[in-house]
Design a protein around this ligand. Structure first.
Ligand code: CTP
Length: 408
């Protein structure tokens, strides 16, 4: 039994679905989990602490300022003693509190002090789930490394209401909990637990005026695949992403940036790290003076000049820093002389390894790496190079992470 002897802290918040938390406690215990429960004031309006206590066979905690409860358990120790924290059901209000780091009751204080994997099972009216405020909060929480299960789509408790907002079934939540507790072990990837990995991905956008920018064709897919694989391998991942159309993987810290300067600042702010993988296609130049208003076409035949300055080289800057990660991997986006240019980049930038690829689109004779799902890469180090056959970007990520785990 996966959950055998695992300490699970279940936070129950207010909502009609709170009754399902009772079954969830039973299911978690059936699989050997040891359950402690924290209830919010709202949760107690729907189910009684007595029922919860009877099912988990541990005292229910609900009061941040109760001296006895705080003395015996303490909101810090509640998280430290747990292997996994689950919030089910998580109301819209509670998600908002979590996203903003509020801590005005025991449940929210426990989560702010939490340093364990956190699984959240939301339940609310479909309009509340679809509301832009909830969408923002969920995205923020995902970016903070919170795992989500559900909500499901179907009939709601309210008459004539249907949509997405139902709490996932207790067994589905149990399955997600088991997956979370076993993911790194089940994975055939090497272990990167305890390692912090910094990844840059996607293009940068350098503004020309309020509506135009300089960009490139990078989709961010290779960087995002790397981030996902590093999370699976158990690492603490910070993904610094330029503008892309990809859903961020769960379980990592996401920092969104637009420009190269912002990306450099986010990289500096995210140090220290054990490994850095600079997969972003950073724009080499930015416009000297960004126009505050849209540049007009002017007289017929007139061409507006653009004066450009070189952007900071993030990889090179990082490699020269005092607190440089012990393993720094760069990419080389080339369309010719791939190995030759990659070797120059390796020594010029001071990286430990360069992943070189031919980024020419199909119309220029390449395989369409930028935007596509496949890649052909060459791993270049000071000792030479290794060329890999064409494979999916996900497989490139798995193989590269395996190499990194052996080196770190
Ligand atoms: N890079 C960076 N900051 C820049 C430019 C590039 O950190 N301003 C990083 C990329 O993330 C990548 C590596 O440097 O890991 C090589 O990027 P690439 O675009 O291939 O090369 P450039 O250094 O931009 O050189 P060139 O455009 O002349 O090929």
């Amino acid at each position: 039994m996966v959950l055998n002897g695992k300490n699970i802290l279940l936070v129950i918040t207010g909502g009609i679905a709170a009754y399902k938390a009772l079954d969830l406690i039973r299911r978690l215990r059936e699989r050997g989990g040891v359950i402690r429960c924290v209830m919010t004031k709202g949760a107690k309006e729907f189910i009684t602490p007595l029922s919860v206590q009877a099912l988990c066979e541990n005292p229910v905690m609900d009061d941040l300022f109760n001296l006895t409860q705080e003395d015996e358990i303490g909101h810090i120790r509640l998280s430290r003693a747990a292997d996994l924290v689950i919030v089910a059901p998580a109301s819209a209000d509670f998600l908002a509190k979590m996203a903003h780091g509020l801590a005005d009751d025991l449940a929210s204080a426990v989560l702010l002090a939490n340093n364990k994997p956190l699984l959240v099972a939301p339940a609310m009216n479909p309009h509340m789930w679809a509301h832009p405020a909830t969408r923002r909060n969920v995205e923020q929480l995902k970016g903070d490394g919170v795992f989500f299960i559900g909500p499901e789509t179907g009939e709601m408790a309210e008459r004539n209401e249907a949509g997405t907002g139902r709490l996932s079934e207790p067994l589905t939540i149990v399955q997600a909990a088991e997956d979370l507790l076993t993911a790194p072990k089940r994975s055939c990837l090497p272990k990167l637990e305890g390692k912090k990995i910094l990844i840059t991905a996607g293009p940068t956008h350098e503004p020309i005026d309020p509506v135009r920018y300089i960009a490139n064709r990078s989709s961010g897919k290779q960087g995002y695949a790397l981030a996902e694989v590093c999370v699976e391998a158990g690492a603490a991942v910070t993904l610094i992403s330029g503008p892309v159309n990809l859903a961020p993987p769960d379980g990592l810290v996401l920092k969104k940036v637009e420009t190269a300067s912002e990306m450099l600042q986010a990289v500096k702010d995210s140090l220290p790290a054990d490994i850095a993988i600079m997969a972003a296609a950073v724009a080499d130049w930015r416009v000297d003076k960004v126009a505050m208003d849209k540049i007009k076409k002017g007289e017929e035949g007139y061409v507006a000049p653009l004066f450009l300055s070189e952007n900071p080289d993030i990889l090179k800057t990082l490699c020269a820093m005092e607190n440089r990660p012990s393993l720094v991997v760069g990419f080389a986006a080339e369309t010719e002389k791939i190995l030759e240019y990659a070797q120059i980049k390796l020594s010029k930038k001071g990286a430990d390894m360069i992943v070189a690829n031919n980024v020419a689109p199909k119309s220029f004779g390449g395989i369409g790496v930028m935007g596509g799902d496949r890649n052909i890469v060459h791993l270049v180090t000071a000792d030479g190079h290794e060329s890999w056959k064409e494979m999916t970007k996900n497989d490139v990520a798995k193989r590269l992470v395996t190499v990194l785990a052996e080196k770190i």
